[in-house]
Design a protein around this ligand. Structure first.
Ligand SMILES: Cc1ncc(COP(=O)(O)O)c(C=O)c1O
Length: 470
C-alpha cells in the first residue's frame, strides 16, 4: 500500500499542475507523429510496471495532448472543463469500485440523491426511482424512448417486449431538424425506422413550429400510422434554441403522445436570470434527458434520464435473472432494472461532489456567467460589420458567421466551413462549426467558469486572422 499512497499523492500533484497551468498552454495542439506512435502503437508489456513509471508516462505522453475542453478559450461542441470536486473524488470511486446495479451500498443510495437533486434543480417532477444516471444523454434518450415505445404499445393492447414490433402500424416520432442526432439513433436502435421520424419545421428562431406539428400528426393518423412521441429540445446543440415546450405539451396531451425533452445541454439554463418563462412546459414532459457532464462540469461521462413514471421505465427494462434476485431490494428494486446496463459505474460520487461543491447558488452563477458571455458575443458580432449573428442567443451558445468580404453564398459557406479547423490549429482558441438554416455557421458554446469577456475579443480576432490565411 505504500506504493499506492506515494503514487496517489504524485497523481494528485500531476493533475493539479495540469489544471493550474492549462490557460498558459495552447488550447489544443495536434499530437505529433512520434507521440501518436507511442500512444497508438504500444505492445502489452510482458511484465508489469511500477505505478511511478506509469504516472511518468501519463505526465509526459498523455496530459500534453488534451482535447482542449479544460481551457477557458475552448468553445467547441458541448464539452465543459472538469469541476475540481469531480476530479478529486474520481480516485475514491475507483478505489471503492462498486457496481451500482443495485444493492445496499453507498453507490445506489447516493445515485438516488443526485437524481433527485437534478430533477429539483430544473423543476422536473420527481417520484422516488424516477431516474438514473447514464453514460450520457444518448443512453438516457434510449431509456426514455424505450419507455415511451412500451407505453404506446400497451395503450394499443400489446406488449412490445413480448411481441416485438412485427406487423404493427409504424410508430411515428416528431422532432425538428435541430433535434440532436441521439434522438435519431435511439429511434433507429429501437426498431422504429428512420423513415418514421418526422422532421417538424422550425420558425426563424429554430424553434419547433407547433402548427406544423399538429398538421403532420393529423396526416399520419389519417394514413393509419401511430404517432407516439414528440421530442422537444430545451437547448439545441446548434444554437441553444428552446422549443415552445408548453405548446408541445398541449399537443402531446391532446393526442396521447409521449412528450420527451432533450435538455442534455440546456435544461440547466432554466436557472439563468429571467429564463424560466422560456422553459414553461418542461415540467409537463414525460421524460427528460439532462447531462451532468455538460453544463455542470461533472467529469465525463455522466448523463441522466429523468422519468415521470418510474414504474413504466422499470416495466420497460426489468429482467432479473435468478442469480440477481434480491429479496431486500425494497419497493424500487435495483437501478439496473431501469435501463440496459447491468454493471454500472459509480457516477453518483463525482456528480454529488460537483453539485455539493457548487451548491445551487454556484450552479446558478455558472449558468448566468456563461449565458452572459454568449449574449455579449452575440452583441459583439451584431455590432461588427464583418460578422453576422445567425440565431437569437437564448442559452450559452452563440451561432454566427464571418463575412470578411462581399463574397457570394457559396464562398461564404466554404470559408466558414474552413474557419474552425484553422482557428483550432492556431492554438489560441477552439471553435467548431455547424450547418444552420442551410448555411455554414460558426458556433461558440460557453461552459467554462473562467472564460472572460477578453477571451471573446481574442476569439473574434483569431477568426479574422485564421480567415485571412484561407
Ligand atoms: C442537445 C444535445 N442532446 C444530446 C446530446 C448527446 O449527449 P451525449 O453525448 O452525452 O450522449 C448532446 C451532446 O452534445 C447535445 O448537445
Amino acid at each position: 500500500m505504500d506504493e499506492l499512497r506515494h503514487a496517489g499523492a504524485r497523481a494528485a500533484a500531476i493533475a493539479a499542475d495540469h489544471l493550474a497551468g492549462i490557460a498558459d498552454r495552447p488550447v489544443w495542439q495536434p499530437v505529433p507523429g512520434a507521440e501518436r506512435d507511442w500512444l497508438g502503437g504500444q505492445e502489452l508489456p510482458e511484465t508489469g510496471r511500477p505505478l511511478d513509471d506509469l504516472l511518468e508516462d501519463a505526465r509526459a505522453h498523455v496530459l500534453p495532448y488534451p482535447m482542449g475542453n479544460g481551457h477557458p478559450r475552448f468553445f467547441g461542441w458541448v464539452n465543459s472543463p472538469p469541476n475540481p470536486a469531480g476530479v478529486v473524488v474520481e480516485p475514491l470511486a475507483a478505489a471503492l469500485n462498486p457496481s451500482c446495479a443495485g444493492g445496499d451500498h453507498a453507490g445506489p443510495h447516493l445515485e438516488r440523491t443526485v437524481v433527485r437533486w437534478l430533477a429539483g434543480l430544473v423543476g422536473f417532477p420527481h417520484l422516488p426511482g424516477g431516474g438514473l444516471l447514464t453514460s450520457g444523454a444518448s443512453m438516457a434518450t434510449i431509456i426514455c424512448l424505450a419507455t415511451a415505445r412500451r407505453q404506446a404499445a400497451l395503450a394499443d393492447g400489446w406488449d412490445v417486449r413480448e411481441d416485438g414490433l412485427y406487423g404493427r402500424p409504424p410508430m411515428i416520432m416528431y422532432v425538428t431538424e435541430e433535434g440532436h442526432s441521439c434522438l435519431h439513433k435511439a429511434a433507429q436502435l429501437l426498431g422504429l425506422g428512420a423513415r418514421h421520424v418526422r422532421t417538424v419545421p422550425v420558425d426563424g428562431a429554430y424553434r419547433m413550429d407547433v402548427g406544423a406539428l399538429r398538421t403532420m400528426i393529423a396526416e399520419d393518423v389519417a394514413a393509419g400510422l401511430r404517432p407516439f412521441c414528440v421530442a422537444g429540445s430545451a437547448g439545441t446543440v446548434n444554437s441553444g434554441a428552446i422549443d415552445p415546450l408548453g405548446e408541445i405539451a398541449d399537443v402531446a396531451a391532446e393526442h396521447g403522445l409521449w412528450f420527451h425533452v432533450d435538455g442534455a445541454y440546456g435544461a440547466l439554463g432554466i436557472l439563468a436570470d429571467g429564463a424560466a418563462p422560456r422553459y414553461e412546459g418542461l415540467d409537463r414532459a414525460d421524460s427528460l434527458a439532462l447531462d451532468p457532464h455538460k453544463w455542470l462540469g461533472v467529469p465525463v461521462g455522466c448523463g441522466c434520464a429523468l422519468l415521470r413514471d418510474p414504474a413504466a421505465t422499470r416495466a420497460a427494462f426489468s429482467l432479473v435473472p435468478s442469480y440477481l434476485i434480491d429479496d431486500h431490494a425494497g419497493d424500487l428494486g435495483w437501478l439496473a432494472e431501469y435501463g440496459p446496463e447491468q454493471t454500472r459505474p459509480f457516477r453518483a460520487l463525482k456528480t454529488w461532489a460537483t453539485m455539493s461543491h457548487l451548491g445551487r447558488s454556484g450552479v446558478t452563477r455558472l449558468v448566468n456567467h456563461t449565458t452572459d458571455l454568449a449574449r455579449t458575443l452575440g452583441d459583439m458580432v451584431t455590432r461588427a460589420d464583418d460578422f453576422e449573428l445567425l440565431a437569437p442567443v437564448t442559452t450559452s451558445i452563440t451561432a454566427f458567421r464571418h463575412l470578411p468580404r462581399p463574397d457570394g453564398p457559396d464562398a461564404l459557406d466554404a470559408l466558414n466551413r474552413a474557419i474552425p479547423v484553422a482557428v483550432q490549429q492556431r492554438g489560441n482558441a477552439f471553435l467548431t462549426g455547424t450547418r444552420l438554416g442551410g448555411r455554414d455557421a460558426l458556433r461558440a458554446c460557453f461552459l467554462h467558469p473562467d472564460t472572460t469577456e477578453d477571451d471573446l475579443t481574442v476569439l473574434l480576432d483569431e477568426i479574422r486572422l485564421a480567415a485571412k490565411g484561407l
